[in-house]
Design a binder for this molecule. Structure first.
Ligand SMILES: CC(C)(COP(=O)([O-])OP(=O)([O-])OC[C@H]1O[C@@H](n2cnc3c(N)ncnc32)[C@H](O)[C@@H]1OP(=O)([O-])[O-])[C@@H](O)C(=O)NCCC(=O)NCCSC(=O)C[C@@](C)(O)CC(=O)[O-]
Ligand SMILES: NC(=O)C1=CN([C@@H]2O[C@H](COP(=O)(O)OP(=O)(O)OC[C@H]3O[C@@H](n4cnc5c(N)ncnc54)[C@H](OP(=O)(O)O)[C@@H]3O)[C@@H](O)[C@H]2O)C=CC1
Length: 403
């Protein structure tokens, strides 16, 4: 039987490449061989990296050249009542992070929301996008391709949907820049985040565009999608789920839980999240929505690079007669409860904690519920951090809990 050392020797001898080991040994042995090689070459001790709890073979769709697992501490906030379209009960939200004070803060916000009776949350728009770029001869031809696209959405949908039993093409918008034509395809990907699904479906639709028009495909992703880059189109048009959450907290509870007043929080929000963000040219008019999105994504098997889009959030706060009104609207939250990293064991367990693992009934309702719970978590984080800033507690909190 092949052991890690024998396998590592064959790589050293040039007989095998580092990424070919699974063809010659089981997945655990292959990972152990890579660790052995790395330890010898770099002097690093990888004993903790090698202590992972998932089945290496089952993780094959998620990783190549595997050496082990990256472990990040996971905690939980809540329970927080979420009155949503899909989420309609109290939820705990698991969060994975290395930032001390973050969970305490989000938990404080959840506690304030809970005592106020809960948050209202809604998914307002749902559409995963893929925007291929085509080349044409000139703007005349570009206009022809754009017009053909508008007239043939049904045929494009038929082609795209032939590749998936769940996905539905809901829109195609052409954009022209000189001799480049971008077609922004929008899909309802149900409970999947949908980037693989949309990419595969769009390839099929592109074949039709090339057959029927003078356009020639240059790149299946032309960056007008826009995936994993800051982009105004996502902040304006949305991508994945556009989701909002809000709450009204009575004044006495604001003072008891957030240690400041509604007026002070509203002023901090206006001057920091609105004026400061505008002056900075930011796409995110919020304090730290990305903190909750990133920690939730890590815990729940989402694609962590899409935190870029998850930071496209606007926080509004108003001191009303009845109390503090606060809302968070995340324009482009890309989440799924099937596919991607959601099957990995710690991530699947964490999805069970939220109560949204796997496909929903109806299809898409689990991903909607997850979006509503994450938006509520982001609202909790905004409330607590704004409260800490308004009461000058930010630096003392991080001195105490974060180092
Ligand atoms: C640290 C606190 C919460 C203390 O706040 P506090 O009001 O002194 O805490 P408390 O002991 O009175 O407890 C109030 C509630 O907080 C929660 N809580 C309290 N302690 C814990 C704990 N250990 N573990 C779990 N939960 C905790 C808990 O929910 C509790 O209520 P209860 O449930 O007991 O009724 C507060 O000072 C705070 O929220 N500070 C802000 C910290 C923060 O938000 N950091 C975020 C990261 S900052 C960053 O990354 C982004 C930044 C800042 O650069 C972005 C920007 O530019 O704005
Ligand atoms: N390809 C790319 O360009 C990119 C890929 N990614 C990666 O893509 C992955 C996510 O893609 P994604 O398409 O979500 O996942 P998967 O590729 O894992 O596919 C999920 C599949 O699950 C099936 N499915 C079963 N039940 C449901 C349900 N209730 N709702 C929806 N689908 C269901 C669908 O099959 P069927 O379609 O047959 O119905 C769907 O295509 C992540 O790993 C991410 O990192 C990220 C960015 C870009």
């Amino acid at each position: 039987m092949t052991d890690p050392s024998a396998l590592a020797d064959r790589v050293r001898d040039g007989e095998l490449r580092l990424h070919e080991l699974e063809a010659h040994a089981d997945h655990e042995t292959a990972a152990a061989a890579r660790r052995e090689l790395l330890e010898a070459e770099t002097g690093a001790d990888l004993s903790t990296v090698g202590e992972y709890a998932f089945d290496a073979e089952a993780a094959e769709p998620n990783i190549e050249n595997m050496i082990g697992g990256a472990q990040v501490p996971m905690g939980v906030v809540g329970p927080v009542p979420v009155d949503g379209e899909a989420a309609d009960e109290e939820h705990y939200l698991p969060l994975a992070t290395s930032e001390g004070a973050l969970l305490a803060s989000v938990n404080r916000g959840c506690s304030a929301i809970r005592e106020a009776g809960g948050a209202t949350a809604r998914v307002l728009k749902n559409g995963m996008t893929r925007a291929p770029v085509f080349s044409v001869a000139d703007v005349g031809e570009a206009a022809t391709v754009a017009a053909w696209t508008r007239e043939n959405v049904d045929r494009l949908a038929e082609a795209a949907e032939s590749t998936t039993s769940h996905g539905e093409l809901t829109d195609v918008t052409p954009y022209v820049v000189g001799d480049s034509v971008f077609l922004r395809f929008v899909y309802d990907t149900k409970d999947a985040m949908g980037m693989n699904m949309a990419t595969i479906a769009t390839q099929e639709a592109c074949d039709l565009v090339e057959d029927e028009t003078p356009a020639s495909l240059v790149a299946l992703s032309g960056n007008l999608c826009t995936d994993k880059k800051p982009a105004a189109i996502n902040a304006v048009e949305g991508r994945g789920r556009t989701v909002a959450a809000d709450v009204l907290i009575p004044h006495d509870q604001v003072e008891a839980k957030l240690k400041t007043t509604a007026d002070a929080i509203a002023e901090a929000n206006t001057r920091k999240n609105l004026v400061g963000s505008a002056k900075a040219g930011s796409l995110g008019f919020n304090a730290h929505a990305a903190n909750v999105v990133a920690a939730a994504f890590l815990a729940l098997g989402q694609d962590i690079a899409q935190v870029v889009e998850g930071s496209n959030a606007i926080t509004t706060v108003e001191a009303r007669e009845e109390g503090l009104y606060a809302s968070v609207t995340i324009a482009s939250l890309e989440v799924g409860t099937v596919g991607g990293g959601t099957k990995l064991p710690t991530q699947a367990e964490a999805l069970d904690v939220v109560g949204v693992r796997g496909g929903g009934d109806p299809s898409g309702s689990n991903a909607d519920a997850l979006a509503e719970v994450i938006a509520t978590g982001a609202l909790a984080g905004e409330l607590s951090l704004l409260g800490a800033l308004a009461s000058s507690h930010l630096s003392s909190a991080h001195e105490e809990l974060g180092r």
